[in-house]
Every structure is written in structure tokens, then in C-alpha cells.
Write a protein that binds this ligand. Structure first.
Ligand code: SF4
Ligand code: SF4
Length: 361
């Protein structure tokens, strides 16, 4: 196979993997792919079976000896071109999409080399080109959701375990933390493009944490340390986001000025639909001093005060993050359960099925 054919096949593979920014047959894809993947890695990536696989399975699909397949896979895992974890004594690999996956893996270490800067420019150019082609697409099903700050939920409201960020910290082991891809990418392109929020804010759980720590893309944290970081994120007005499923393997802490998750939702006609949440804010008129702090902090631009005594939320824009409540000096905001909130799909597979069904409806 010629080199252009190898990268075209990789493009088709990345299109099939889906996720955010899937493979597109445009010049920006090839410029990025040739920087990320050596030709032999592009070939191996295109030969990866769907779902988790061993080096022996890859050796068969790629037509290479197993020791050679192992060497290539190990180098690719070190560079975030595939993921890997040991499950019950056997090492598995998986071919991830660009998002969530390969893009995030590139910047999780938070390094600032010349190659990091080059990659940031190439990734940014590819995302911009794909966005330009897809800007009018309206999401049929929310792929992501917000996990409200659970201590703010008004007493008497039912709060499910999947809505409690603390429950995930209790439940998962190990937990790792790494650099936010989105804020770091922006700073690599332009060091002045910083919103001043903390950068070491992206959590991975279970096998994802094992992979990130093993490949030195992040570090393992204790549960207490994870809670301290979450606290700092809440103070900084960052939004807890993950996939719209009850079982999660990552938790991002997002700002609206840089993060893909929030920016994708905010481009939709109804951000509140695109970013699912089980909660909404309620404002206590007796406590509110109409200071406007929550209006300025709201990442969804969902609040207006104008000449009212208490802010009014636009429920098409409010994604129930609780950032208004964490910043209110008068403790005038509490989160209440949305009566119409459906249960999120159980896991990633159920989420894919729900999204497919919504697209076909
Ligand atoms: S921050 Fe609190 S006190 Fe100030 S306007 Fe918002 S709800 Fe009212
Ligand atoms: S009003 Fe804004 S800050 Fe408050 S929960 Fe809704 S989106 Fe978040």
C-alpha cells in the first residue's frame, strides 16, 4: 500500500470510530494524521479490531508477528495513539476516537515542547475545519451531562448516586488527574490565551486511570486529594462534565471559554438539551441582594437580572451546573431536581444505542 493509501485508510477508520471530530477526508486531517502517526502506526491503527483486543489479535488482523505487533502497540500507547490496560492479568489495547481519546491524550502531561505547539496548531486547524462543515447540525441526543455540585441540592430532593460527584470519588479506584486538554491547547497556541483557571483538573477512573498513570500522562491521587481538587474547581467556576451515562470513566472540569464540551453545547439552539442535567437552580428572593455575581459567573449565559430583584434563568440555556450557587455570597441559590429529568443510559454502550435510536426517530 502506498503512503497516501495508508493515511486514507486511517481516515476511514477514524470516521468509523465516531466520537467528536471523526475522520474527514480534508487536507487538515492528513496534515494532523501524518504528524501523529508514522505510516506503520497508521497501518496498524486501521487494522485494530473493534473493542478491546490483545497483541495476538492485532498480529492476526495486521498480518504481523506478535512480538512486532506488541512493540508497535506499546510505542503507540506511550504516545496516546491507542489505550491499554491490564485486565485479570492480560494486557488489552483499544483504538480510541479522536475525542474523547487521542486529542486529550496528547496534552494530558501538560508539557510545552515545540512539537506540542505544532500539534496544538494542527489539532486546532482540524477542529475548525470540521466545525465549519458541521456547524448547523442539531444534536438528537445529549452525549454529555453535567453533574451538579451535590452539596447544593436542596434538602428533600431525591439525589441519585449517578448525580453525586462524591459518589464517583468513593466508588472508583484508582483515580488519576491530568492537565485539561482544552485550556492547555489554547495556551500552547497563544500563551496569553489563559482564563486563569486551574489546569490540572481532568479526572480518570478505573482502567482509564491505570492507563493514564502507567503512560505518565497524569498522576494517581488519593480520594482526599481528588476532593480538594474538585473543591478548587468549584471555587473557580468550573463545571463537572462527563459522558451522559451512569457509569463514567472520566470527569472534566470545564470552562465555557475554552472547553470543547461546553462550547459544543453552547453552539446548540438549546444548550440545556445538549448538556443533560438532573437539576436546576432556584433563587430565594428573601436572601438575594441582586448583586449580579451569579449572572457574571453563569457559563451558560442563562441568567439575567435587568431591573428584577432576583435573577431569572432561561431554562433553554441553563444546564444545571450550580456555578451560580457556588459563587453566591448570600447563599440564595439552591439546586432542585428537574421533574422531567430522565435517567441517564447505564453505560457507554447504552448511550450509543440511545443516540442511534434518537437519530433514527
Ligand atoms: S449571586 Fe446570589 S445574591 Fe447575587 S444576584 Fe445571584 S442569587 Fe442574588
Ligand atoms: S443558571 Fe447558569 S450557573 Fe446556574 S445552574 Fe444554570 S447554567 Fe449553571
Amino acid at each position: 500500500m502506498t503512503t497516501p493509501e495508508v493515511y486514507k485508510r486511517l481516515c476511514d477508520t477514524m470516521a468509523k470510530r465516531g466520537g467528536g471530530y471523526p475522520g474527514r477526508d480534508i487536507p487538515e486531517f492528513y496534515a494532523l494524521a501524518m504528524e501523529l502517526f508514522l505510516p506503520e502506526e497508521a497501518e496498524v491503527s486501521a487494522a485494530m479490531p473493534r473493542g478491546p483486543f490483545t497483541a495476538a489479535m492485532l498480529a492476526e488482523t495486521a498480518g504481523r508477528p506478535e512480538d512486532e505487533a506488541t512493540k508497535i502497540l506499546e510505542k503507540m500507547a506511550d504516545r496516546g495513539l491507542c489505550s491499554s490496560a491490564v485486565v485479570e492479568g492480560t494486557r488489552y489495547y483499544a483504538g480510541p476516537p479522536f475525542v474523547p481519546g487521542i486529542f486529550e491524550f496528547q496534552f494530558m502531561r501538560g508539557t510545552t515542547t515545540d512539537r506540542d505547539r505544532k500539534l496544538a496548531r494542527l489539532i486546532h486547524a482540524y477542529k475548525a475545519a470540521v466545525d465549519a462543515q458541521t456547524k448547523s447540525a442539531v444534536l438528537a441526543f445529549p452525549a454529555m451531562r453535567v453533574i451538579s455540585v451535590d452539596r447544593l441540592v436542596q434538602s428533600g430532593n431525591q439525589i441519585h448516586t449517578y448525580d453525586q460527584v462524591n459518589n464517583y470519588i468513593d466508588q472508583y479506584d484508582p483515580i488519576s488527574v491530568s492537565t485539561c486538554f482544552c485550556r492547555h491547547e489554547a495556551e500552547l497556541i497563544d500563551p496569553a490565551d489563559s482564563c486563569g483557571r486551574p489546569n490540572e483538573t481532568c479526572f480518570q477512573f478505573g482502567f482509564a486511570a491505570q492507563f493514564v498513570a502507567e503512560r505518565k500522562m497524569g498522576r494517581i491521587v488519593t480520594k482526599d486529594e481528588a476532593r480538594t481538587i474538585l473543591d478548587q474547581c468549584e471555587k473557580a467556576g468550573l463545571v463537572h462534565c462527563s459522558q451522559n451515562a451512569q457509569e463514567i470513566d472520566f470527569l472534566c472540569n470545564c470552562c465555557s471559554c475554552h472547553c470543547m464540551i461546553l462550547q459544543t453545547a453552547l453552539k446548540q439552539p438549546k444548550p440545556a438539551f445538549a448538556l443533560f442535567s438532573s437539576f436546576q437552580p432556584t433563587f430565594d428572593e428573601a436572601l438575594c441582594t441582586a448583586c449580579g455575581i451569579c449572572v457574571d459567573r453563569c457559563p451558560g449565559s442563562a441568567l439575567a437580572l435587568e431591573d428584577r430583584d432576583v435573577p431569572e434563568p432561561n431554562m433553554d440555556r441553563c444546564f444545571g451546573c450550580g456555578v451560580c450557587a457556588t459563587g453566591c455570597p448570600s447563599e440564595a441559590v439552591q439546586m432542585t431536581a428537574r421533574e422531567d429529568a430522565p435517567e441517564p443510559p447505564k453505560d457507554r454502550q447504552a448511550l450509543k444505542a440511545a443516540a442511534r435510536a434518537a437519530r433514527q426517530a
